[in-house]
Design a protein around this ligand. Structure first.
Ligand code: FAD
Length: 421
C-alpha cells in the first residue's frame, strides 16, 4: 500500500494507451507537481458487471464478459510491458469500494474518464464525495468522444432535441481541432481472433488495442472498406460490410478521436468519398447519443415496466428465441444470441418488430440487447431503441419496418436467413 501521496488511474471503459486523454492528463500533472510520486492503476471495467436487469437476466452475457476480459488482458499486457506503474484489478467496483485493494493516502490524485450513462454519473458523484472525505483530489477527463462540450458555442443543457439540430449547430460553431497524432506503436500485424468465436460471426476479433488498431488500418488504408462504406454498410454477413469498430469503442480499446483523425487523413491523402463522408456522419450519431445520454440522465431509459414478466410472455419468448412467424427477425435473433454482434440493419428490424408488431415494451428489448451486445454502449443502445419507439430525442411517429420487404431487399437470395435459421 502506498504511503506517500500517489497518482491513481481509475480505468473504466478506456482500455487503451494510444490517445488516452485521461492517462495523458495524469502524466502531465504528475510531471509538473510530483514527478517521483508512485503510480497505481485500478482496472474496474464497466458498471453493472455483476448486476442483473429488472427482468432477471444478467447485464453481461458470457460473450460480452469474455470480450471485455480480452480487452482488459490486452491492456494489462501493454501496461506491464511499458512499465507504467502497478496495475490492480477490482472488477465492477468504484474507488469507494476498493477497500483491501488500494488505500490512497491523503493528498493523492485520482484520474478518471467521465462516463455518459446514469449509473456512471452516479458512481462519479459518490466518488467525489468519498474523495473529499478522504482528502483526495479527483480529476475527471472527457475521453470518449471526438467532441468536448467545453469547445461548443452552446451548453450541454441546450443540446438540440434532434440529431439534425445538433449537426447544424456544430457546423456553425468552432471547427473541430484534432491533435497532430503520432502513429500508434502497438499495431498488430493483423487483428487477433477470439478463440471461442462463432464460425459465422461478423465480428470474430479479440478485444485488445493492438487488434483494434490493425483492424482500423486494414479498413481505412489496406482495403476499400472506408472508400466503399456507403455502398456496403447495409450488408448482413461477414466482416467487410461495415466498419466493425463498435465493440472496441465500447471497451475503450480504440479512440474514436483517432479513428476520426484517420478518416480525415484519408480524405486529405486519397480524396473524399461518399464512404468517408457517410462514415463520419455515423460517428456523429454516436456523439449525439453520447451527449444526449449525459444530458438526459435517467430519462434515457424511459418508463421501466418493472412488472413485465418475460417468462410469462409468449410473444417475448418467441422473439428472444427467434421463433416468431418472421424468418428475417428470427435469423437476426439467432445471430445476436449466438455471437453478440448484429448488423445495424438487423438491429433495426428486430427492435421494430418487438415494439410495433409484438407491442412489447421497448425498455425490455433494450435491456435484452444490453445483455448480449459485445458493443453495448448505454447511450447508443437505449438511444436507438427510443428512436425506433418514436420517443425521447428525435421524437416522431416512426413507421414500423416492413420486415418482409426489408428481407426481400437486403437478403434477396435468402443467404442470411439460411445461415441463421
Ligand atoms: C436497436 C439498436 C441498438 C443499438 N445498440 C448499440 C450499442 O449498444 N452500441 C453501439 O455502439 N451501437 C449500437 N447501435 C448502433 C449501430 O447498430 C452500431 O453502432 C453498428 O451496427 C456497429 O457496427 P459497425 O462498427 O460496423 O458500424 P459502422 O456502420 O461501421 O459505423 C461506424 C460507427 O458509427 C457509430 N454508429 C453507426 N450507426 C450508429 C447508430 N445508429 N447509433 C449510434 N452510433 C452509430 C458506431 O460507433 C459505429 O461503430 C444500435 C442500433 C440499433 C438500431
Amino acid at each position: 500500500m502506498p504511503t506517500p501521496p500517489a497518482y491513481c488511474y481509475w480505468i473504466r471503459n478506456d482500455l487503451r494507451l494510444h490517445d488516452n486523454r485521461t492517462w495523458e492528463a495524469l502524466c502531465a500533472h504528475r510531471a509538473a507537481h510530483a514527478p517521483d510520486a508512485p503510480v497505481f492503476a485500478v482496472l474496474s471495467g464497466p458498471s453493472g458487471w455483476d448486476e442483473a436487469s429488472p427482468w432477471g437476466w444478467p447485464r453481461f452475457s458470457e460473450a460480452r464478459m469474455n470480450f471485455w476480459k480480452s480487452s482488459a488482458a490486452g491492456f494489462a499486457r501493454a501496461w506491464t510491458n511499458a512499465q507504467l506503474g502497478e496495475l490492480l484489478e477490482c472488477w465492477g467496483k468504484a474507488p469507494y469500494e476498493w477497500t483491501g485493494v488500494l488505500e490512497l493516502p491523503q493528498g493523492s490524485c485520482l484520474f478518471a474518464s467521465r462516463g455518459h450513462g446514469f449509473d456512471e454519473s452516479a458512481a462519479e458523484a459518490q466518488t467525489k464525495h468519498w474523495a473529499q472525505k478522504n482528502g483526495l483530489e479527483v480529476h475527471w477527463v472527457e475521453n470518449h468522444d471526438v467532441w468536448d462540450p467545453s469547445d461548443w458555442n452552446f451548453r450541454l443543457k441546450d443540446l438540440p432535441p434532434t440529431f439534425t439540430g445538433f449537426r447544424k449547430k456544430l457546423e456553425k460553431g468552432t471547427p473541430l481541432v484534432l491533435p497532430a497524432f503520432t502513429q500508434p506503436l502497438a499495431y498488430a500485424a493483423a487483428p487477433a481472433l477470439l478463440p471461442e468465436h462463432h464460425p459465422h460471426t461478423s465480428f470474430p476479433f479479440a478485444g485488445d488495442e493492438a487488434s483494434a488498431l490493425a483492424h482500423v488500418r486494414r479498413f481505412i488504408w489496406e482495403s476499400d472498406g472506408l472508400a466503399r462504406y456507403k455502398e456496403t454498410r447495409n450488408g448482413l454477413l461477414g466482416v467487410p460490410y461495415s466498419g466493425k469498430i463498435s465493440p472496441w469503442l465500447a471497451t475503450g480499446a480504440l479512440s474514436v478521436r483517432w479513428v476520426w483523425a484517420e478518416v480525415v487523413r484519408f480524405e486529405r491523402e486519397r480524396g473524399r468519398t461518399d464512404g468517408s463522408e457517410w462514415f463520419l456522419l455515423e460517428l456523429l450519431w454516436r456523439s449525439y447519443f453520447l451527449w444526449a445520454a449525459r444530458a438526459d440522465g435517467p430519462k434515457l431509459f424511459g418508463p421501466q415496466p418493472a412488472h413485465f414478466q418475460p417468462e410469462k410472455s409468449s410473444a417475448f419468448l418467441k422473439w428472444s428465441r427467434g421463433e416468431t412467424p418472421d424468418s428475417f427477425v428470427n435469423a437476426g435473433m439467432h445471430e445476436l444470441v449466438a455471437t453478440g454482434y448484429l448488423s445495424n440493419r438487423l438491429r433495426q428490424n428486430v427492435a421494430s418488430f418487438f415494439i410495433h408488431n409484438l407491442g412489447l415494451p421497448w425498455a425490455v428489448g433494450a435491456s435484452f440487447m444490453e445483455h448480449h451486445l459485445l458493443d453495448y454502449e448505454t447511450a447508443s443502445n437505449w438511444g436507438n431503441w427510443a428512436y425506433i419507439a418514436g420517443v425521447g430525442r428525435n421524437p416522431g411517429n416512426r413507421q414500423p419496418f416492413n420486415t418482409v420487404r426489408q428481407a426481400d431487399f437486403y437478403d434477396p437470395d435468402g443467404t442470411y436467413r439460411r445461415t441463421w435459421n
